[in-house]
Design a protein around this ligand. Structure first.
Ligand code: LRH
Ligand code: MN
Length: 425
């Protein structure tokens, strides 16, 4: 299913309502000296990669409730991302997970992606599952495994993932390790970390000059006592050990409750070692649910640090923006559309923060004013700016409403049937 621009924004009344709301907001912001056009352009250029593993129904160990019309091939996954991108104009990239999404025909896949205006963002390796007829098992770890044979197998897999990414035009690889332990005494922490460091270096050695290595950390799950790369500090030291092309990747769901993630972001950008994000939200663990659905103000405080960093830390490279989600209950495409909206809205609010006034108030320890500056931006309804950015790129003013009015899911079920299952989580 392909969505054409002429199928969008056909309701003239919606257009005029938007125009009134946008003109009203733009004039009040301009009176405050805010460059509205600049903000709309930044929103329009803000592209978030869609995870190839989150286009079907996810599951938990307690069960999986399928979603009809799921993409059963990489081609159909790109088609679905094409639908989201046609509506939102902010999903112009895909992040593939290997081996779940190894292209059969690279030429055809690149042509399809190109026709849908989708780029290939970071490729992800997978040494947290054993593949059929694999020689070695990752049950007791991969890059940290006590067995050199197992470590070599995991290193070879990551090198293969880089080769696949090179073929597709990707410029980065994300390494997340499940490696860890579920019982005290099971692992020697130092040995596990030293093996991981050396293994990562063997992967780093084959990284093309214009590539990045993202090291993703996580405190727990699937193991329940320790994780080798458990927190930002461990990822940071491993990235420094590897070299200048290695960075830390922040998955919002990979933090223990009440962790100050915005401070981690500020620290990593200050050191020029923040590589990118896996956006999602969570209440308890790595819940991988809709961005901004649980802690929208925390996400705003993170974007405030990102805006400050993007203005003041030339030492930190351009960031990779990716969603990492799993859809157990909602239509995956609707969920991703909502996540993209939350990311765009939150970035817009952060762009309204008067960073100079805030820095001045911080210098004067005027705490009340600091909070007022942040919250007046946060409490501004910026949705007209996000809609204007989409309209500017011939996207839908209201992607979700359009997704439903065009009966997209119904059409996908008609095309694919009810029982197709997408690879992924
Ligand atoms: C681990 C993780 C990682 C992916 C996986 C799908 O929890 O966040 O980014 O490899 O989810
Ligand atoms: Mn992740």
């Amino acid at each position: 299913m392909i969505i054409n621009p002429d199928q969008l924004n056909t309701n003239k009344n919606d257009i005029s309502i938007h125009k009134n709301q946008f003109d009203h907001l733009a004039s009040s912001l301009s009176k405050q000296g805010i460059e509205v056009d600049q903000i709309v352009d930044k929103l329009a250029n803000f592209q978030v990669a869609i995870p190839s593993w989150a286009l079907g129904a996810g599951g938990t160990r307690f069960g999986r409730f399928s979603y009809y019309g799921e993409p059963a091939s990489l081609e159909q996954k790109l088609e679905d991302i094409g639908i989201i991108h046609a509506l939102t104009k902010s999903a112009g990239a895909v992040s593939l997970h290997i081996p779940w999404d190894i292209p059969e025909d690279y030429k055809a896949i690149k042509e399809l992606a190109n026709s849908l205006d989708i780029k290939f963002d970071a490729v992800n390796s997978n040494t947290f599952q054993d593949q059929p007829n694999a020689k070695e098992s990752y049950k007791f770890g991969s890059l940290s495994n006590t067995s050199k044979t197992v470590r070599d197998q995991a290193i070879a897999h990551n090198r293969e993932v880089i080769d696949i990414g090179k073929e597709l035009g990707s410029k980065s690889i994300t390494v997340w390790l499940a490696d860890g332990s579920s019982f005290p005494g099971q692992n020697n922490f130092q040995t596990a970390l030293s093996h991981t460091q050396n293994s990562l270096k063997e992967i780093y050695d084959v990284l093309p000059d214009d590539w990045k290595l993202f090291i993703e950390y996580k405190p727990y799950e699937p193991y329940f006592y320790s994780t080798v790369i458990q927190d930002w500090g461990t990822s940071f030291l491993l990235a420094n050990e590897c070299g200048e092309k290695a960075y830390t990747l922040v998955d919002l769901g990979h933090h223990l409750p009440n962790t100050n993630i915005e401070q981690i972001v500020a620290t990593l950008m200050w050191k020029g070692k923040l590589g990118g994000f896996h956006f999602n939200d969570s209440k308890y663990g790595d819940d991988d649910i809709t961005v901004g659905s649980i802690k929208p103000y925390a996400l705003f405080l993170i974007f405030n640090e990102l805006v400050y960093g993007m203005n003041n830390n030339p030492q930190n490279p351009e960031l990779s923006w990716m969603i990492d989600a799993s859809h157990n209950l909602k239509d995956p495409l609707e969920d991703l559309i909502q996540s993209l909206e939350a990311i765009q809205v939150t970035y817009a609010k952060a762009l309204l923060v008067d960073q100079h006034q805030l820095k001045e108030a911080q210098k004067n320890n005027d705490i009340t004013l600091c909070q007022e500056i942040l919250q007046s931006a946060y409490l501004t309804d910026v949705r007209p700016l996000v809609k204007q950015a989409r309209l500017q790129q011939h996207g839908a003013i209201d992607p979700l409403k359009t997704y439903r009015s065009l009966l997209v899911r119904e059409q996908l079920v008609k095309e694919r049937g009810k029982h197709t299952v997408a690879t992924g989580l």
